[in-house]
Design a protein around this ligand. Sequence first.
Ligand code: NAP
Length: 232
Amino acid sequence: MTTITFITGANKGLGYETARRLTELGHTVILGARDPRRGTEAASRLGVRFVPVDVTDDESVERAADDIGAHEGRVDTLVNNAGIMGRRAAAEDLTGDDALLVFNTNVLSVVRVTHAFLPLLGKSDAPAVINVSSGLGSFTLTHDPDRVESTVIAPLYPASKSAVTMLTMQYARALPGIRFNAVDPGYTATDLNGRSGPQTLTEGTEAIVALAAEPPAAGTGRFIDRFGPVPW
Ligand code: NAP
């Protein structure tokens, strides 16, 4: 039986590369994107189905779940990938609206999409949720002078990713019938960082693909990168 995998924010970057690699591995990938043109183009390049989803919008997320319920009938793997860096500004210039946008897109989205997709995950024999977090949300890594994460000063994005990791751990405890794991892709060249990351897209998707391809017994409540467990 095929694995049905829904990925948010999959029209480009890590989400797109994850969609491409999981399709290659035999998953039935449903490509989620907020912009219909970008989403349709990306999906047709991969030969997969596009479903519109803006992760900041309850109705859009519910429509996406209804659409997949009507077409595929279940979701085995949900990849909460969509995310933004937010406005680049000095800390003293950041506003509540800046925070609202970053936390809505990166954090509330995880709750919104998970909530809407739980019934579809419930129809899977081996349901899994992969939350794309970041090492920038790790308290340990951001205090390790040998790590690039300790050199970044950007209050909102790292704080949002700390919340993504903690949400993952809490969902894992609350819902033991579903595997909830978080991933740090590592600093990867995508539009998110103006393509400044040293890692390739292949390296950046390694841990996401590993979680999506591992057997159900692999466990829940983990935070990993492509080298193994990440301290958080
Ligand atoms: P990216 O190339 O900028 O891709 C981000 C994706 O998220 C795009 O498809 C974007 O769609 C989508 N998105 C943004 N807001 C959305 C919304 N409201 N609804 C639906 N989709 C939305 O960045 P990326 O590097 O691949 O990022 C993917 C994930 O990896 C993010 O969660 C990011 O925080 C995480 N991450 C990245 C790195 C890195 O070094 N690149 C490191 C650690 C973690 P549009 O094209 O419509 O904007």
